[in-house]
Ligand binder design. Structure first.
Ligand SMILES: NC(=O)c1ccc[n+]([C@@H]2O[C@H](COP(=O)([O-])OP(=O)(O)OC[C@H]3O[C@@H](n4cnc5c(N)ncnc54)[C@H](O)[C@@H]3O)[C@@H](O)[C@H]2O)c1
Length: 323
């Protein structure tokens, strides 16, 4: 498969690029982002052609240059403006999360009708607040309570409709919060869910802005990446009339996250957390469903997540012990 990854300088894009390079189903990979994406490691020996291209996908000429005369078997649509940033800047969110995605889907449906698999990274934020104990699934009516969630849901709907018409072959994956994210903090309200591991494990202080009894659904980078690759390989017939799937994650409380941090980093790591409740962040996080029924994902062949402790240990081995 010849594959394009948008948002490839981002966290998931970079992790996905590494995994694609190790998968013989992919023969040619193009990575694109606002700035030329970093190529994860030397391609020699992998037998996969790899190219990195800078493109602002809100720009029509840049989109045309990237997609107008090149066919891809599969496109991972990962670029976007995240939750907090999309809420703070409606115009930017609309431009990137909605308009640029519609424009790309329109190029695909008009220039190469029916030929391109599109794997779209959607999010649990398409749902509104869940009732206590409510289990959310693909059958739950999504009532987004953020512009980010609303923009994601609109693109989900379009991908489903274009797939119904046979114009693209879409796969919409609703991802849990991916934790632990390496690198810098983000504009997402969920940023703390990685920071409370990443910063203390590197000896840095960080703020915990939500209460310890807060629960959320998270997933390790390892499982999310495996499942995004699986998404491109499932026969379209298996999706039936609906191309949307809630990817597996695990429900954890903030207290359980702190316990896992202490188990891996010791008391010293735990002491680097400053608990400072931020009412706004706490309210946003409380509004996200934490319980998901992922039986559809299981029936389609997606993998369950590893345990939180394994996830933290893996991060520690890779980023702290590995340095
Ligand atoms: N990380 C998570 O926990 C999570 C959870 C659910 C869904 N998702 C979705 O997965 C996707 C990837 O997430 P991520 O964590 O890697 O995000 P990220 O913020 O790390 O990466 C997004 C990338 O999009 C790029 N981008 C923004 N505007 C662009 C433009 N105009 N043209 C081209 N590129 C542009 C950015 O430069 C950035 O590198 C996103 O669509 C996100 O909504 C992520």
């Amino acid at each position: 498969m010849k594959v394009l990854v948008t948002g490839a300088s981002g966290f998931i894009g970079q992790e996905l690029a590494i995994a694609l390079l190790g998968d013989s189903s992919f023969s040619e990979i193009v990575l694109t982002d606002l700035v030329k994406p970093h190529i994860p490691y030397a391609t020699s020996g992998h037998g996969i052609a790899l190219r990195s291209v800078s493109a602002d996908l809100t720009n029509a000429e840049a989109r045309q240059a990237l997609l107008g005369s090149t066919t891809f078997d599969c496109i991972y649509l990962l670029h976007g403006i995240m939750s907090g940033a999309a809420e703070a800047n409606l115009d930017l969110g609309l431009k990137v999360n909605l308009e640029s995605q519609i424009a790309i889907l329109n190029i695909l449906r008009t220039t190469y009708p029916g030929t391109t698999k599109v794997v779209y990274a959607s999010v649990g934020a398409v749902y509104g607040p869940a009732q206590k104990g409510e289990v959310v699934s693909e059958n739950t009516v999504p009532v987004p309570q953020s512009s980010y969630g609303a923009q994601k849901l609109m693109i989900e709907t379009l991908i489903n409709d274009f797939s119904r018409r046979g114009l693209i072959d879409g796969r919409v994956c609703r991802l849990p919060t991916v934790t632990i994210r390496a690198g810098a903090p983000t504009g997402a309200a969920s940023s703390f869910a990685s920071a409370i591991f990443r910063e203390p494990l590197s000896g840095k202080r960080t703020v915990l802005p939500v209460s310890r009894d807060q629960e959320m659904c998270i997933c390790s980078p390892r499982t999310v990446i495996k499942n995004l690759i699986t998404a491109s390989k499932i026969p379209k017939e298996k999706f039936g009339l609906f191309r949307t799937v809630v990817l597996p994650g695990i429900k954890v409380s903030v207290q359980q996250m702190l316990d896992a941090l202490e188990e891996v980093g010791g008391r010293a790591a735990l002491e680097l957390i400053d608990e400072r409740l931020d009412e706004v962040t706490n309210r946003i996080v409380a509004s996200w469903p934490a319980d998901y029924d992922t039986s559809r994902a299981a029936s389609l062949g997606f993998e369950p997540d590893i345990s939180l402790l394994e996830n933290v240990q893996e991060y520690f081995q890779r980023y702290i012990n590995g340095n």
